[in-house]
Design a protein around this ligand. Structure first.
Ligand SMILES: Nc1ncnc2c1ncn2[C@@H]1O[C@H](COP(=O)(O)OP(=O)(O)OP(=O)(O)O)[C@@H](O)[C@H]1O
Length: 262
């Protein structure tokens, strides 16, 4: 945590430019340790670019990102990841031929790469894999190849794999994309369980899911923070409605509705 601001993550006046087009414009955002925050906004608002900037995939033209008070926006991606920032992308990255438990075990190994295959897992690593099975609700599926999992189960497995090394900050990009209503509800429960142990930023378009998360919401629009608030007040905000309704292709953020997707 930054001794100066008390924030775990600080995005300070960040501008990101793609060949002159400003995807983020002087954007500032602070995240406290252990909090859960949702990012929403119309297509092209800059949500993914913001996560890309935090993980070091995209460099700001101006401004900076601080993590625990340290400026990270000039560090290479692997150094930022090593500080404890992990991002789960939409596409699951599980190894299909391995069992669910072995995927979790691999992710829980302290020793990475080829060395992990040369030494047997420690009792602590085995214990962590079992803990992750319970956490994700995949205990009954532990012994089957990951290829046989349903779409939602695969996503929970990947969340388990991403949290295995205990990252301090977890960035989730549309974790419920393509999920059924029941899978979405389970995902919300899982993320709520993880909050507190981890600081979590979630991007999602599914307002039912956002409601289930019950977390503060930040609305991005045209590369800037447009509003902060709870979902209920944002739904009642005519300006928030306007930025969605102003785009004919997109759905309005009505009860249980879905914000526009790419
Ligand atoms: N590599 C890139 N080169 C050029 N323009 C880009 C690049 N990445 C993003 N953009 C543009 O920056 C803007 C913000 O994109 P971004 O993907 O961050 O929005 P988003 O809020 O995540 O949208 P969505 O909800 O559709 O995923 C968009 O206009 C997009 O076309």
């Amino acid at each position: 945590m930054s001794p100066e601001s008390g924030l775990l993550l600080e995005v300070r006046n960040v501008t990101v430019s793609f060949e002159g087009f400003k995807a983020l414009q002087n954007l500032s955002l602070g995240v406290t340790s252990g909090s859960l925050r949702v990012l929403i906004g119309p297509n092209g608002a800059g949500k993914s670019t913001l996560l890309d900037t935090i993980i070091g995939k995209v460099r700001p033209a101006s401004g900076e990102v601080r993590f625990r008070g340290q400026v990270i926006s000039r560090l290479p991606e692997h150094r930022i990841a090593a500080l404890g920032i992990c991002r789960k992308f939409q596409a699951p990255g599980v190894l299909e031929s391995l069992t669910v438990r072995d995927n979790l075990l691999l992710a829980a190994r302290q020793q990475k790469g080829v060395f992990a295959t040369l030494t047997p897992p420690t009792a602590a690593e085995q214990g962590r894999a079992d803990e992750l099975l319970r956490l994700t609700g995949l205990e009954a599926r532990a012994g089957i190849p990951a290829a046989q999992l349903a779409h939602g189960e695969k996503q929970w497995l990947e969340i388990g794999m991403v949290v295995a090394p205990e990252p301090e900050l977890l960035l989730l990009d549309e974790p419920t994309a393509g999920m059924t209503v029941a899978e979405t509800a389970h995902t919300a429960e899982l993320i709520r369980t993880l909050a507190g142990r981890h600081t979590i930023l979630v991007i999602d378009h599914d307002m039912h899911f956002v409601e289930l998360l019950g977390a503060p919401v930040t609305v991005l629009h045209q590369g800037q923070v447009f509003r902060d608030g709870d979902l209920q007040s944002l739904r009642a905000d005519p300006d928030v409605m306007e930025i969605y309704l102003g785009r004919p292709r997109e759905a309005a953020p009505g009860e249980g509705g879905t914000y526009a997707q790419a």
